[in-house]
Design a protein around this ligand. Structure first.
Ligand code: ZN
Length: 473
């Protein structure tokens, strides 16, 4: 923690109206305890604990802070260590260490409902930065052991370090962020750019293009549970060749594992290494072969776009996705990370290995011209629907309408209401959200990028999807 930053920030933000008489701006409390215990000459140990808590009523401020948009900051940094040194002989000793550090930082907003508004002509805007509130809570657990041996002119040290890092974070992008050329453009509701956030309806596609090609709302914050390991081993020799010359020789190996996401919200595949990368244009179908062990990622590039999806055994199309068997086996109404997609023969077609969005529907089926006319009126009879997309696409693989079964609607939000009704409501998915599946057999995947415009399943605005495939890692 940079202790001086909070002081500097308050003097910038408050035009000098804030004085010490109104109370402290920045509070810090720190406590430390240490216990040394020398059991005997061969065994020494200590335990140390440190507690540090800082609060700041104004927090990290932009110039908008001057208009009362402050970001109260609350940070905790507890840490503890245990150290045990055992002497085997006058020339050999062992040091064992255990440690724990927590970095817990919380930046809030005093007026959370206001979007972040900035002007490029340097007029002071308003609202807190749209990344606030944000919470980061890191736990770092470390273990280490080192053996020291003195032998003649040599002093050897060998050891291992292991660290486990757990980061739980909430990085909110739930509020909008709009940039306007000047206050006149603001009055005309015409932003120059939009970084993220809820779209109140005035951002045309053209105006959104600079920062995001997505003119749709972003409602859910990003909550992540990252995990990784750091492992190190070393050997070192201080070799005193003469009285005036010591050679330091050392070798160290460190391994930092890729972070994984504890709830399978995120995957580690790199789009650059995908063997297949394809954009499915809005309203159109797609199909592709995913071999056993390969992973397919379906990306909702612009958010709130339903991907109506079917899976078939690539070598026997009579074996296909079975929604009922899949739901019965998992005992839950939705498809999400961990779901095994079962076939009508009870075998695993694919497993959902990552899901940044959650709660995908597999009950409500695909839209068709027939269902559209029943739900929305006869004038929708001629609108293109998922069933037509499926018909076109399965025909390319020698199938017809008899082969179209109940599908999965990735990125479609269909809550089951208390009275048992199914509701189709605004999608949960943000731009860039994805679902990833590992094929458990060679499967044919068929997707209809849903063209529905009569209900909110596509945010009333069908957009592109993207499909990537990776070989088994
Ligand atoms: Zn549809």
């Amino acid at each position: 923690m940079n202790r001086s930053s909070a002081f500097l920030n308050q003097s910038v933000a408050l035009f000098g109206s804030q004085t010490q008489t109104l109370g402290n701006l920045f509070n810090g409390n720190e406590a430390e305890g240490k216990l040394d215990y020398n059991w005997n000459t061969n065994n020494r140990m200590f335990i140390e604990f440190n507690w540090d808590h800082n609060t700041d009523r104004f927090g990290p401020c932009s110039s908008n802070c001057a208009r009362g948009f402050s970001n109260p900051d609350n940070d905790y940094f507890p840490n503890a260590q245990f150290n045990f040194v055992h002497t085997f002989s006058p020339t050999i000793l062992n040091e064992f260490k255990l440690g724990y550090t927590q970095n817990n930082t919380q930046v809030g907003t005093n007026l959370p409902g206001v979007p972040f508004i900035a002007f490029t002509d340097s007029v002071t805007g308003f609202g807190s930065y749209n990344g606030y509130p944000q919470y980061f809570k890191d736990h770092e657990y470390s273990y280490g052991d080192m053996v020291s041996i003195s032998h003649g002119n040599h002093s050897f040290k060998a050891g291992v370090d292991v660290q486990r890092n757990l980061e739980n974070s909430l990085f909110s992008v739930a509020r909008g962020s709009y940039e306007f050329t000047d206050p006149l453009w603001f009055a005309a509701d015409t932003p120059e750019g939009q970084a993220a956030g809820v779209n109140p309806g005035f951002c045309t596609t053209l105006a959104c293009d600079q920062y995001s090609s997505n003119p749709q709302g972003v409602l859910s914050p990003s909550i992540r549970h990252w995990r990784n390991w750091e492992v190190g081993a070393y050997f070192q020799d201080d070799w005193k060749i003469t009285k005036r010359l010591t050679l330091n020789l050392g070798l160290r190996y460190d391994l930092l594992t890729w972070p994984t996401e504890a709830s399978n919200h995120q995957s580690n595949f790199d789009p650059a290494t995908a063997v297949y990368d394809h954009v499915i244009p809005a309203r159109t179908p797609w199909s592709g072969l995913v071999r056993k062990g390969q992973s397919i990622r379906i990306v909702d590039s612009f958010g709130q776009q339903s991907a109506d999806t079917l899976f078939y055994n690539a070598h026997n199309h009579a074996e296909r996705y079975d929604a009922q068997a899949t739901l019965a086996a998992q005992g839950s109404a939705y498809v999400t990370a961990g779901t095994t997609l079962l076939s009508n023969e009870g075998r695993a077609l694919a497993v959902v290995t990552a899901d940044t969005s959650g709660d995908h529907d597999t009950s409500a089926g695909a839209c068709s011209c027939e269902s559209n006319t029943v739900r929305f009126g006869h004038h929708t009879r001629y609108m293109h629907a998922c069933r037509e997309n499926f018909l076109v696409e399965v025909a390319r693989h020698g199938m017809d309408k008899r082969d179209i079964v109940a599908n999965i609607n990735f990125f479609m939000n269909v809550p089951v209401l208390p009275n048992g009704d199914l509701a189709i409501v605004d999608g949960l998915s943000k731009p860039g959200d994805y679902v990833e599946l590992r094929a458990e057999m060679d499967v044919l995947c068929v997707i209809s990028n849903c063209p529905q415009v009569n209900n909110p399943c596509n945010g009333f605005d069908p957009t592109d999807l993207r499909v990537l495939i990776w070989d088994a890692s």
